[in-house]
Design a protein around this ligand. Structure first.
Ligand SMILES: Nc1ncnc2c1ncn2[C@@H]1O[C@H](COP(=O)(O)OP(=O)(O)OP(=O)(O)O)[C@@H](O)[C@H]1O
Ligand SMILES: [Mg+2]
Length: 262
């Protein structure tokens, strides 16, 4: 199983959309995908028609055993989605109680890594949607992953948020054996605005090694897909947004293959 996290400390940059778009494309290609919602707001859980406010069982259950994960529990928590090849490990609002804990002190930093280890045979890919806050949950997402996708909205304030995310990553890398490879993905790009063009230029100049050379355009079909509860490619496989996500996926898979060979 390959595990990818999608994270950025800034809110509203396209994390959930990116997670679901990539999961959908992998699933269309016949891969078995588990999507993990670690955001207490539960946008991904809601997207697939489950209510994070009323779910009795969720990824929160995994954190209730002092850092160990009971055999079989992760599999029992999975819910179906609109796509036969995608299972959801849902969020619930209870996760918010963990969010502000210090990961070092609580000993809960590897709960998701341990949980996914139990699902290793059942899925080809895991994609983790993270909350916009550095705490136990984001640390779990980064610790479990082999590759990180950082969506960045192409507007001026976003660059500051990205700097924060990159320094968080540097901190997390100190406790990993290998640095986590990351890809910056410009999102919500509107070529008619100066902010989008200017920010894209700054991102490309500042992070030449880590930036994906494409961008995800503003595309209302992505919003429509979320309203319909379908992955973007199920909703409209030819839309501009999906075309861009397909190109991104290709890049991530190339990097994946290179990392495996190395
Ligand atoms: N490329 C896009 N074009 C148009 N709308 C988009 C695009 N990407 C995301 N959106 C919309 O923007 C909103 C925020 O996107 P999303 O929920 O993916 O961001 P997020 O980073 O996960 O937010 P949060 O930090 O709140 O979890 C959603 O309504 C989504 O449908
Ligand atoms: Mg989100």
């Amino acid at each position: 199983m390959r595990v990818w996290a999608v994270a950025n400390q800034k809110g509203g940059v396209g994390k959930t959309t990116t997670s679901i778009a990539l999961a959908g494309l992998l699933a269309d290609a016949g891969k078995r995908v588990v999507v993990v919602d670690l955001d207490p707001h539960g946008s991904m859980t809601s997207y697939f028609g489950h209510n994070p406010d009323t779910l009795e069982h969720s990824s929160f259950d995994l954190f209730l055993h002092k850092g160990s994960v009971p055999e079989g529990l992760p599999g029992q928590l999975l819910l179906p989605t609109s796509h036969d090849n995608i299972s959801l490990l849902p969020s619930s609002t209870a996760l918010a109680t963990l969010e502000r804990q210090s990961p070092g002190q609580s000993g809960l930093g590897l709960v998701i890594a341990k949980s996914l280890a139990q699902l290793w045979q059942d899925f080809d890919y895991a994609i983790i949607d993270s909350p916009p806050l550095l705490g136990v949950l984001m640390v779990n997402a980064l610790a479990a992953s082999q590759q990180l996708v950082i969506p960045v909205q192409t507007e001026y304030l976003a660059v500051k948020g990205l700097e924060r995310m990159v320094s968080t990553l540097a901190m997390v890398n100190r406790s990993r054996k290998q640095a986590l490879p990351f890809h910056i993905v410009p999102t919500l790009f509107d070529r008619r605005t100066q902010a989008s063009m200017g920010t894209l230029r700054v991102l490309r100049d500042s992070y030449p090694e880590n930036i994906w050379q494409g961008y995800i355009p503003v595309d209302t079909r992505l919003r429509d897909a979320s309203r319909a509860g379908l992955t973007p490619s199920q909703f409209d496989g030819k839309s501009r947004g999906v075309t861009a996500y397909r190109a991104l996926l290709k890049q991530l898979l190339t990097h994946n293959a290179a990392a495996q060979v190395a």
